[in-house]
Design a protein. Structure first.
Length: 132
């Protein structure tokens, strides 16, 4: 709603499911092809979760990097010293990525890019057993 969007600012809100727990790692599935690995904080397999990621906490690359996933640029908007990229990843709704104009490669509509996440700044809601 309006109050929460003002509170957290512009964010990508992505539905996921905890698909695997392995030692101290938990794996959140966004699509059949995209799984995000994080430190396990008592997450439970098969539990639904929401990943909240601000646009500036994504990184865009021309080539594959470790733990990245592929997307296609659908649109972009110049916003001062940043560019907002609308990127389609798999079958889920497009994500919004903010990149610095001066620190990145040049991208265009239709380009395939690789995206990774600064997981230390990602918020996970759910994915755990509810406490009574």
């Amino acid at each position: 709603d309006v109050c929460s969007s003002d509170l957290i600012g512009e964010s990508n809100i992505l539905d996921s499911v905890v698909t695997k727990i392995d030692n101290n790692k938990a794996y959140f599935c966004l699509t059949d092809d995209i799984t995000i690995e994080v430190e396990n904080e008592d997450y439970v397999e098969n539990k639904k979760a929401i990943l909240v990621i601000r646009p500036e906490n994504f990184n865009a690359h021309k080539n594959s990097v470790l733990n990245s996933f592929k997307g296609v640029i659908k649109d972009y908007v110049y916003d001062g010293s940043t560019i907002k990229l609308e990127v389609q990843i798999g079958i889920i709704k497009p994500i919004i990525i903010k990149i610095n104009v001066f620190d990145n490669d040049v991208f265009d509509i239709g380009d395939e890019i690789y995206v990774d996440i600064d997981k230390s700044k990602m918020t996970i809601i759910g994915g755990k057993d509810e406490k009574e």
